[in-house]
Design a protein. Structure first.
Length: 249
């Protein structure tokens, strides 16, 4: 109840700040401070390692996905220049949708192929305009620890934008807020940023595939969870973002 009340209070405060502040970077900075304060108050403030691996310019971060907490945790952990790629259903959530729009999140349709293609174009346009993005390329999460297969949208976006991919690992969010619907509880949360990976030479499709495998291997090596690549996951937002790879050069 304590954590839930704080989420509501801090969420409303973050929405008010995002609504009032001019400029995307100011709004993201306010969201970062609010996320850090909230996670600290509920005993979940993340320990962040490897920030020195973030390149000074544009990049695409890809991370494992374990809980609904992953977004707030990365908001707290990363500099304000990063935006998130999120399933479009979140845009319809009262208050949360408005807040996510104000901090520059990119929504992606999962079920309507035509609208999903339009969303993919918009994400690509955002990346080619120099914006740094965060993807969860598994596209979903399960109660069972482990790393699902990666979809290719994040990596195709990085190749088309000409920027490196930075793998990242989050630990502890599944214990803090279980996908099984259990109440949140204090837990040690860690975010580890790994060295960036540059796309190899070759066609965009081959370069994206190579990036995907290298990033997934890097994350799996340090995550300490099993490989669930054979697990059949539900349709994910990343499934449609991978349609970027089928767009004309």
């Amino acid at each position: 109840m304590y954590a839930g009340a704080l989420f509501v209070i801090m969420g409303l405060s973050a929405l008010l700040a995002a609504s009032a502040l001019p400029g995307l970077e100011r709004r993201r900075s306010a969201a970062r401070r609010m996320a850090r304060l909230l996670l600290t108050c509920v005993g979940m403030r993340p320990v962040v390692r490897g920030l020195e691996h973030l390149p000074p310019g544009q990049c695409v971060i890809v991370a494992n996905h374990a809980s609904y907490l992953d977004g707030p945790v990365f908001t707290a952990a990363l500099p304000a220049r990063f935006g998130f790629v999120i399933k479009r259903e979140m845009a319809k959530v009262p208050l949360a949708g408005a807040f996510l729009r104000r901090i520059g999140s990119q929504f992606v349709e999962r079920f309507d192929r035509q609208r999903g293609a339009a969303d993919a174009l918009r994400v690509l346009r955002t990346a080619t305009n120099g914006h740094s993005l965060v993807f969860f390329p598994e596209g979903t999460f399960t109660p069972t620890p482990g790393l699902l297969k990666f979809h290719s949208g994040a990596f195709t976006t990085a190749v088309r934008a000409g920027c490196p991919v930075v793998p990242a690992v989050v630990r502890g969010t599944r214990a803090a807020l279980s996908p099984r619907g259990e109440l949140p509880r204090p837990a040690r949360i860690e975010v580890q940023i790994l060295p960036p990976i540059v796309a190899p030479d070759g066609t965009p499709a081959h370069a994206a595939a190579a990036l995907r495998e290298q990033a997934r291997t890097a994350i799996l090596t340090v995550l300490g969870e099993p490989d669930l690549s054979s697990h059949v996951a539900p349709v994910a937002a990343a499934d449609l973002v991978q349609g970027i790879g089928d767009l004309p050069e």
